[in-house]
Design a protein around this ligand. Structure first.
Ligand code: F6P
Length: 326
């Protein structure tokens, strides 16, 4: 095993609160292990276009609490081509980078897996996505903050929904995953939660709303993940309008506000711990893996698995959430 002297760190895909805390942890852990760090700008784009600058401990001062990513992020189509990856590899060699830490979701790990397979280049991944949809970790960096953002928005929407006796359909992020919808729906007492993972029959939706709407509180909240089987909130509104023509049904799409803001304490701690373990793992010969935390234990999961397998979804929690809100 050759000693690692210099690593690159990048953030890729949709940004997530806590990415900066992860970058800080990677830089400080590297310094602890006497390793230099280059910060790669804009994810894989920065590898291909050679945009890498040294990151000192000083450079990551005062960022643990900041949302977004100081390294910027991108979804890079060029990196999907063999030519793009070849150029990236040449730039890594030119800059004498021995290994990479990539922070992102399954798209990020798909790219990382390829450079590991094609060039034998050591890469360790950190799970950074608000979606929490990665196998190999109980929680991804950014998820807790996003859920808290949604809950504080829905609490406010509930105030006005109650005042006006309205039904609100609130759309949250999650193209393929309902983790944000489920947790925020439970925490905000939503009358119904629609997610991509489970089927919800229209009559169930209608029944839940009928139960929720009564003399004491003639308002209701439906949380819908953007990738639900009916589509997003606009589609669900049409269904609700057809069955509740006497109600004023409104839509609120929370959108990218869910990806911003200061990371929660939970996300900062998760990012710090995993960031440290990523660098330590590299010094111990780990590569081609994502570092996660399962039942509070550090677990390295091969990229193949992290990408291919689906994190199991707690259907019982969804049922409980709806029983409790009725
Ligand atoms: O992967 C994170 C995520 O925020 C998803 O929940 C959402 O569907 C997607 O990114 C939006 O991506 P973009 O900002 O590129 O539209």
């Amino acid at each position: 095993m050759t000693a690692i002297k210099k690593i690159g760190v990048l953030t890729s895909g949709g940004d997530a609160p806590g990415m900066n805390a992860a970058i800080r942890a990677v830089v400080k852990a590297a310094s602890h292990f006497n390793i230099e760090v280059l910060g790669v700008q804009k994810g894989y784009y920065g590898l291909i276009h050679d945009i890498m600058t040294p990151l000192s401990n000083q450079a990551v001062y005062n960022i643990i609490h900041r949302g977004g990513t100081i390294l910027k992020s991108a979804r890079c189509l060029e990196f999907k081509t063999p030519e793009g990856r070849q150029t990236a590899m040449e730039n890594l060699k030119k800059n004498e980078v021995d290994a990479l830490v990539v922070i992102g979701g399954d798209g990020t790990f798909t790219g990382a897996r390829l450079i590991g397979k094609e060039f034998g280049f050591p890469v360790v991944g950190l799970p950074g996505t608000i979606d929490n949809d990665l196998y190999g970790t109980d929680y991804t960096i950014g998820y807790d903050t996003a859920v808290n953002t949604v809950v504080s928005a829905v609490d406010k929407i509930r105030d006005t929904a109650h005042s006006h006796d309205r039904i609100f359909i609130v759309e949250v992020m999650g193209r393929d995953a309902g983790f944000i919808a489920l947790r925020s729906g439970m925490a905000s007492g939503a009358e119904k939660i629609l997610i991509p993972e489970t089927k919800t029959y229209v009559n169930e939706l209608i029944e839940s709303l009928k139960t929720g709407l009564n003399e004491e509180d003639n308002s209701a909240i439906v949380i819908v993940a953007e990738g639900s089987e009916y589509g997003g909130a606009m589609e669900v509104k049409k269904i609700v309008n057809d069955h509740f023509p006497d109600y004023d049904t409104r839509v609120s799409i929370l959108g990218h506000m869910q990806r911003g803001g200061a990371p929660s304490a939970f996300d900062r701690v998760l990012a710090s711990g995993l960031g440290f373990q990523a660098v330590k793992g590299l010094t111990e010969g780990q590569h081609g893996v994502m570092v996660g935390s399962i039942n509070r234990k550090i677990v390295f999961t091969p990229f193949d698995k992290a990408i291919k397998y689906h994190k199991s979804f707690n259907v019982e929690l969804k049922n409980i959430a709806e029983i409790l809100s009725a």
